[in-house]
Design a protein around this ligand. Structure first.
Ligand SMILES: [Cu+2]
Length: 624
């Protein structure tokens, strides 16, 4: 289904409402070489600075990385810019072409660009020290690679913490053989998190006190409310349990609205970036989460979201009222506004400390109500992989017995959580015969216990005792929102995946942490402590198990290759992704075809988790 009535919404001043036929536009682009600047696609209520999306199209590009200042909500902040833009320019490419990008570093520190989600020779992947040396100040590095795929992607610095300061931009690659999705207009929506604090300062604060930015600790008032709802005993038991484990059930996000302003296309909620539509149009929103640390829940009150693509890959359309977009993920959704009114796109952070906001409207200057932040979610026993019952909503609500048992076995929980020394056999003995052993737990205890063969030590404070697959569960806080929420098991590849073979080999990797010391790692070892890479044999089909021993969700990203989420979907139609959010206490698996030789990084896409050590090298080679 090829859609030729597509047009480019040139909504900047002087171009508003101009329709451009897609073929004309593409022909126009084909004739241009070098740097092509089109008018911004978008504008904000404030207009005129360096923010918003500027499009660069063609096959040759010059990108210049500079440091600068920009005003957000009237306050001046220090930024890292590409061609003077925040976000970096929207790169518009065409599948099958070869692109050349000369990236010049005008910073006084090294920089780099990583092309997130793109299949390319590893020397072009842009990770300093792994795939290339990085780009020193004053130097130009030329990236050159063929475009072997289509879809929505993005790019960002892989040097230091530059990404937090604005060094990220969107990529749209037009399919060579027509789009599977028919639409009339597209709007690219880049979500990000901005801080006036320097990222090194944020990191230093997190090291000192990991819940530094958590201003949402529970209060006496919360306790009274909980006691009124569930009874004093259960409320008290719940408190005591969390206290005994020295953990905080409101610890959903490390960095919050206490320091962040959440941006859409570089604009704060108050600046209200606005995208235009004409009534009845099918509008394709290309949602990109380019934030450093933030997972967003996205909805447009009054408009269902028809999800058509995930991480650049077409999926069988699925209509939802809301979706969660993890850091570094992309989702394309179709919406079709039929009323002559404005709609608010609200991207609430998963801890509900703040939100990003934009407006879709038939005319500039219109607004719609912004829904208030919903109550924040709290962690459950399931997030600690301690809930044996397959609960529907909120472990504590349906398994009070477990709460009591955890309190009763305070020492055990304390030992396991604080020192990480306790192994599973002990854990199972500890609970056996206690009043906590309900039938579900009994069933669980008959299964093989979760193995933890990795080193433990100070970097491993918690072990997932009974991790479960949670791909079918809505993310925390979206269990009871009254509309359908996208879950990973909803995603089914539209096209057949290139390699649906069953895996020949399995391996398992644990996501580990000591949150209090802000240590994040894989298998208990930080990146700096690991010499040897994870080896994939070239051409092999591999199942990689991911066990989240921590109480936070981690968006896990593999460079250079897609993987398929192992779901109930037929193997040929499992979703192909470059990034997957692994929930707390979750055990899940992805299948990988190791057909891209070279050295690739594999890491958590929460910037400060990666920086703290949650990263590994994957080496795809002929010999092991
Ligand atoms: Cu992480």
């Amino acid at each position: 289904m090829v859609c030729f009535d597509y047009f480019i919404p040139l909504t900047s001043i002087g171009y508003q409402g101009v329709r451009v036929d897609r073929r004309q536009w593409l022909q126009g682009m084909a004739g241009l070489t070098g740097l092509v600047a089109l008018p911004a696609w978008a504008r904000s209520g404030h207009g005129t600075d360096l923010r918003g999306l500027r499009v660069l199209a063609g096959t040759e590009f010059d990108l210049r990385v500079t440091s600068g200042h920009t005003r957000i909500d009237g306050r001046r902040g220090h930024t890292v810019l590409v061609n003077g833009q925040l976000p970096a320019p929207l790169l518009r490419w065409r599948e099958g072409e070869q692109v050349t990008l000369r990236v010049t570093n005008a910073l006084d520190e090294p920089t780099s660009i990583h092309w997130h989600g793109l299949l390319l020779p590893y020397r072009m992947d842009g990770v300093p020290g792994v795939s290339f040396p990085g780009i020193d100040p004053g130097e130009t590095f030329t990236y050159r690679f063929p475009l072997r795929q289509a879809g929505t992607y993005w790019y960002h610095s892989h040097s230091g913490l530059q990404e937090q300061q604005g060094h990220y931009g969107p990529i749209v690659i037009e399919p060579r053989n027509g789009d599977a999705v028919a639409y009339d207009r597209e709007l690219v929506i880049v979500l990000s998190d901005w801080s006036f604090e320097h990222p090194h300062r944020i990191f230093a604060k997190l090291k000192k006190m990991s819940d530094n930015y958590n201003f949402q600790q529970r209060t006496v008032g919360d306790f009274i409310a909980e006691a009124a709802k569930r009874g004093f005993d259960r409320a008290f038991a719940n408190r005591t349990m969390w206290g005994a484990m020295r953990m905080n059930p409101t610890d959903i996000a490390d960095v919050t609205a206490a320091t962040y302003t959440y941006l859409i296309n570089g604009h704060s909620p108050g600046e209200n970036w606005t995208g235009l539509f004409a009534l009845g149009e099918r509008v394709r929103l290309r949602l990109i989460n380019a934030s450093a640390m933030t997972i967003f829940n996205v909805r447009i009150p009054g408009l269902p979201l028809n999800v058509v693509q995930a991480d650049g890959q077409d999926v069988q359309p699925i209509e939802v009222g809301e979706l969660q977009i993890g850091t570094a993920e992309t989702f394309d959704v179709l919406v079709q506004p039929t009323q002559d009114r404005a709609y608010t796109l609200v991207a609430e952070t998963n801890d509900r400390s703040g939100f990003a906001r934009a407006t879709l409207a038939p005319r500039m200057g219109m607004t719609a109500p912004v829904p208030p932040l919903r109550p924040r979610p709290t962690l459950t026993m399931k997030d600690m992989a301690m809930d044996h019952a397959d609960r529907g909503h909120g472990a504590m609500d349906t398994s009070g017995k477990l709460a009591h048992s955890a309190v009763g076995h305070e020492k055990m929980a304390h030992a396991a959580m604080q020192h990480g020394a306790m192994d599973h056999s002990k854990m199972h003995h500890g609970t056996k015969g206690s009043e906590a052993l309900d039938s579900a737990a009994m069933a669980a205890s008959l299964e093989a216990p979760q193995r933890h063969d990795h080193p433990k030590g100070p970097g491993v404070v918690s072990l997932a005792m009974n991790p479960v697959n949670r791909l079918h569960e809505p993310p925390a806080g979206l269990e009871d929102v009254g509309h359908r929420v996208l879950v990973y098991t909803d995603l089914k590849s539209l096209q057949r995946v290139p390699d649906p073979r069953p895996p020949e080999r399995e391996m398992e990797l644990h996501l580990t942490s000591n949150m209090e010391r802000y240590m994040w790692s894989f298998d208990g070892r930080r990146f700096a402590e690991v010499r040897e890479p994870i080896v994939f044999r070239y051409g092999e089909r591999l199942r990689l198990g991911l066990v989240n021993d921590t109480m936070m969700p981690h968006p896990i990203h593999l460079h250079g290759m897609f993987f398929e989420l192992v779901t109930e979907a037929p193997p040929a139609h499992r979703p192909r992704k470059h990034t997957v959010v692994v929930k707390p206490g979750e055990k899940m698996a992805v299948d990988i075809t190791a057909d891209e030789p070279g050295e690739w990084v594999f890491h958590c896409h929460l910037l400060y988790h990666m920086h703290a050590g949650m990263m590994r090298i994957v080496s795809v080679r002929d010999t092991v």
